[in-house]
Design a protein around this ligand. Structure first.
Ligand code: ADP
Length: 469
């Protein structure tokens, strides 16, 4: 006990006076009835008080230590427990306090672990999350949100700031306000500008009770860019496919009409029209065949083929299938297969289709009397688009025709994309050949690389994995 403290002195006096009262009453009573002199009675009272105070002082010092210990615990949970000297009651109080402190430390550890696991769970979720308080201020975020908004360096500073400091879209802010005001789930759509624009859906859910850290609202974002792109592609695809089919169909219907009326009795015109109708019908058949191939390949794109394919044989068979157009175009064709070329891991039918499309394009776009070179070899490295590491097979189809302008190259494998639509149609193209090549190489975990220079020709190189020995 701090003896100089007046409060402690007052407490000592108050504690000592109570127990002295019965003795004092007896002593003063004896003096009153004349059995004890007043001097002796008062001196005895003083002695009783001093003895009592000394007794209490030792006890009170222990209680005082316990009180000070309790006060320290408020600011320093690891404060050392005091050593007590006499009071067993104070000792019991101290034991209770120590047990309480341990319980409190355990609870705090549990709460810390819970908060950490909550953050770990949020961080492991792929969608960005924001936890907000009732005033729409950020309480915390998850790793995906920090990455998306590039918040990592200022994540700590973000806490306590309005959501508007991160997502400025008024639709999201309004949805968050509505969720807070009406205590119900709301949704909003917004786009994030940037080199590539991203479309997001925001789901905003109020918690049933405000958490201790102030969290009252969860804002979960979901990237919808891919889905919207797929929806658009699907709609474009249906529109393109219908258009591609309608063109020859309209032409056939027109000729049927002419054959039934104006050209009814003209055998020469009839022959001519029937020839055109046959060409258009063949074009429709090719288109339908290509559409069916594409959808079949798409369905299997996630299962990698496992057969062992001899590429020399596949290239030879491809060239034989194209014998007629090669002769018609008077194309010179060379096949160079590196000796001892290991087989590819793949599907012989699908790889046949890849080279059929590439070689027929090379013959078609290589021009009359053109030259086409097919070369198959091992490549020590893989192109960036091909998964995995180590050597692979490299098969290139090169022509020396008109070539392709640089801006078209990245889009050539899109369905129905053509540099010159009219020319492609005239040459019997469907605009799906390279899309099929791309899907098949993807299924094979390979890659397609296109290089070209206008006026100098084009080289389409297919990279494929080597079959395991
Ligand atoms: P298509 O049926 O029109 O040939 P593809 O998907 O096979 O469709 O090819 C898409 C487009 O790529 C073609 O329309 C053509 O413009 C261009 N292309 C493909 N191969 C070559 C090539 N070897 N030389 C020049 N252009 C080519």
């Amino acid at each position: 006990m701090n003896q100089s403290s007046p409060a402690a002195l007052r407490r000592l006096t108050a504690w000592a006076v109570g127990p002295c009262l019965p003795a004092w009453a007896v002593l003063l009573g004896l003096a009153l009835v004349g059995r004890l002199s007043w001097v002796a009675a008062l001196a005895s009272c003083l002695v009783v008080f001093v003895l009592m105070a000394a007794l209490v002082l030792t006890r009170l010092a222990d209680f005082d230590r316990v009180i000070r210990y309790a006060e320290q615990l408020l600011t320093n949970p690891d404060a050392p427990a005091p050593v007590l000297h006499t009071s067993t009651t104070a000792q019991r109080l101290l034991s209770g306090l120590t047990a309480l402190r341990k319980l409190w430390a355990d609870r705090r550890e549990e709460a810390d672990a819970l908060a950490k696991s909550r953050q770990d769970i949020l961080d492991s979720l792929p969608d960005p999350f924001f936890l907000l308080d009732r005033k729409r201020r950020v309480v915390s975020t998850n790793a995906a949100a920090r990455e998306l908004f590039d918040l990592e360096p200022q994540a700590a500073r973000l806490a306590g700031r309005d959501l508007a400091g991160v997502i400025r879209d008024p639709k999201v802010l309004e949805a968050a306000d509505t969720a807070l005001a009406l205590n119900r789930k709301t949704e909003a759509q917004f786009t994030l500008p940037g080199p590539v624009e991203h479309s997001f859906g925001a789901l905003i859910v109020p918690l049933s009770a405000t958490a201790r850290d102030g969290t009252a609202l969860i804002v979960a974002l979901h990237d919808q860019t891919e889905r919207l792109k797929m929806d658009r592609m699907r709609a474009d695809f249906v529109a393109n496919a219908s258009h591609e089919l309608r063109t020859p169909l309209t032409s056939i219907l027109g000729f049927i009409d002419t054959l039934r009326s104006a050209a009814k009795d003209d055998p020469k015109a009839r022959e001519e029209f029937l020839e055109i109708m046959l060409k258009q019908a063949n074009r429709m058949t090719r288109l339908i065949d290509d559409l069916l191939s594409l959808s079949r390949i798409e369905l299997r794109e996630h299962t990698r083929p496992t057969d062992t394919v001899d590429l020399g044989g596949v290239l030879q068979a491809t060239v034989e299938l194209l014998d007629r157009p090669i002769k018609e175009q008077r194309t010179t064709l060379a096949i160079i297969v590196a000796p001892g070329l290991p087989p590819a891991q793949g599907d012989a039918g699908e790889l046949g289709q890849v080279f059929l499309n590439l070689v027929s394009n090379a013959v078609k776009y290589g021009g009359d009397q053109g030259r086409v070179e097919l070369a198959a070899d091992i490549s020590e490295s893989r192109p960036p688009a091909m998964p995995g590491k180590g050597p692979c097979l490299k098969i290139s189809v090169r022509d020396f025709g008109e070539g392709i302008a640089r801006e078209h190259i990245p889009r050539l494998t899109e369905r129905f994309y053509r540099v010159d639509t009219a020319r492609s149609r005239l040459l019997g193209g469907t605009g799906l050949g390279l899309a099929i090549v791309k899907h098949i190489t993807n299924r094979h975990r390979g890659a397609l690389v296109i290089e070209s220079e206008v006026g100098k020709g084009a080289t389409f190189t297919v990279f494929l994995p080597i079959a395991a020995a």
